[in-house]
Design a protein around this ligand. Structure first.
Ligand code: HSE
Length: 301
């Protein structure tokens, strides 16, 4: 059996729309083995497709077809800790696990970079799938089906406080809310901040993160779809966060907080409750600098 552990990811980091992303310490687990037919189960109560429409199965089958190999069928067991349609890379986690499991089952015909390229092409943008695969903070560009990227390991002195609303926000809807064109001024606003975000996170210049997370490409439009988000950002900054931004396409909000700050999550919980947002979850996560791990369980392989 092949056991895959995939981290959640937080894309954009405010200003780096479709180009910056980082992996955090929340994980999905997927166990895969080849068999006759399709047998898909989950270890939790999260509803998942259990037929050929399952994204992990579809992705594995796609890779087998791409490599010209036939797939008898798959037994898949999923543990779904990453909430779906919340901006934490749940679909990337499925794609990455499907690709890595299939590659392993075929005897690893594809390199890591080839997997990175295929995952980004399937997602349409590389900012979730690449950090999900390799961990850390990843700056990437997808051009002509190739991902040009740099991974930077981030020091473990930050908490990524993940604030998950009690409603989904589909990426397709969150993307359809964006304007078709932006001005030259807005483009400069974002590119300077995205560059500042990448290098400041890596170098520990955290005092820059608040300015670096500002953005004019997507957050102003998506904030309207996440009722209460503005207030939550104000609360996070009031409690001393370095930065607060919409994780990926939302609905999750992310606050970057120094590990030395005590009581942030407790006070945030009280404030969310006061705002009537008691159903919103708070998870205190760390950077994941490793990415997806694959273990071969020889007893069953
Ligand atoms: N960069 C993407 C977006 C991430 O913001 O739409 C969502 O998967």
């Amino acid at each position: 059996m092949i056991k895959v552990r995939i981290p959640a990811t937080s894309a954009n980091i405010g200003s780096g729309f479709d180009s910056l992303g980082l992996a955090v310490s929340m994980y999905n687990y997927v166990e895969v083995e080849e068999c006759e037919g399709i047998h898909i189960t989950s270890t939790d109560s999260v509803p998942i497709p259990t037929d050929e429409n399952n994204l992990i199965y579809k992705t594995s089958k796609y890779l087998f077809d791409l490599c010209g190999k036939s797939l008898k069928g798959l037994k898949i067991r999923q543990t779904n800790n990453i909430p779906m349609a919340r901006g934490l890379g749940s679909s990337s986690a499925c794609i990455v696990s499907g690709l890595l499991a299939a590659n392993q089952l075929m005897g690893e015909p594809l390199s890591q970079d080839e997997i990175i390229n295929i995952a980004a092409a399937m997602e349409g943008h590389p900012d979730n799938s690449t950090p999900a695969l390799i961990g850390g903070l990843v700056t990437s560009v997808l051009e002509d089906k190739t991902v040009h990227y740099v991974k930077q390991e981030i020091k473990d002195d930050l908490r990524f406080v993940t604030i998950i609303p009690d409603f989904e926000l589909k990426t397709s809807l969150a993307r359809s809310a964006l304007p078709k064109e932006v001005t030259h001024k807005e483009a400069v606003y974002n590119l300077s901040r995205a560059a500042l975000m990448s290098v400041s996170l890596y170098s520990g210049n955290y005092q820059n993160l608040r300015v670096a997370a500002q953005d004019k490409l997507h957050q102003p439009y998506r904030l309207k779809l996440i009722k209460g988000a503005d207030r939550v950002f104000d609360i996070c900054y009031g409690l001393g966060a370095y930065a607060a931004y919409i994780s990926g396409a939302g609905s999750t909000l992310m606050a970057i907080v120094d590990k030395k700050i005590e009581g942030f999550e407790e006070k945030l919980r009280d404030d969310l409750n006061y705002l009537g947002l008691s159903a919103w979850q708070i998870h205190s996560l760390s950077i994941d600098n490793i990415g997806t791990t694959v273990i071969i369980d020889k007893e069953t392989y």
